[in-house]
Design a protein around this ligand. Sequence first.
Ligand code: GAR
Length: 189
Amino acid sequence: MIKKKVNIAVFISGRGTNLRALILKSKKKSCNYKIAYVISNKKNATGLKIAKKNKILTKIISQSFLKTEQKELAKILINKDIKFICLAGFMKILSSYFINFFKNKIINIHPSLLPKYKGLNTHQRALEAKEKFSGCTIHYVSKKLDSGKIIAKKKVKILKKDTIKKLEKRVLKAENKLYPLVLEKLTTS
Ligand code: GAR
């Protein structure tokens, strides 16, 4: 019997390496999920090109993304039978309405070992604090920024000669590995 794959929506704002990693894994026959929809608040996001190349439906949302638009999008996502929403470099804060609507169905990847370094400039702050390790965290999205229940973390060692760029590159590599694995687990019933 062919098992139906779980539909996923990915929200992006830029480059889309995590989106690409999620898509790559989803193409495996054994994978439980399918990236069915990509949403971006930036019309020039490189990630949109990745989605289109892979024939995935895309949608641009407005910069303001007010409640009425969020309500409409929620309806569309339900109609498309989306079971999980993955934020992958999505640089917009979702409203309480949207978060409650998809309670425990929205996950985010963040480039630090949460609860440390919520928000922006995570690599710079980890280096300045002379941390021995940085890394990435996948967590459920809650109303408080980068504070929802943690699902998984991956540590990355900080090296003596690290710069923001170098550390970012290694953490991103860890993100691109971790996200597909976590999503695969979440969509296994
Ligand atoms: C990733 O490093 C992700 O963790 C970060 O944006 C980058 C997106 O890269 N997200 C956040 O900082 C959210 N708080 P990508 O577009 O190549 O996936």
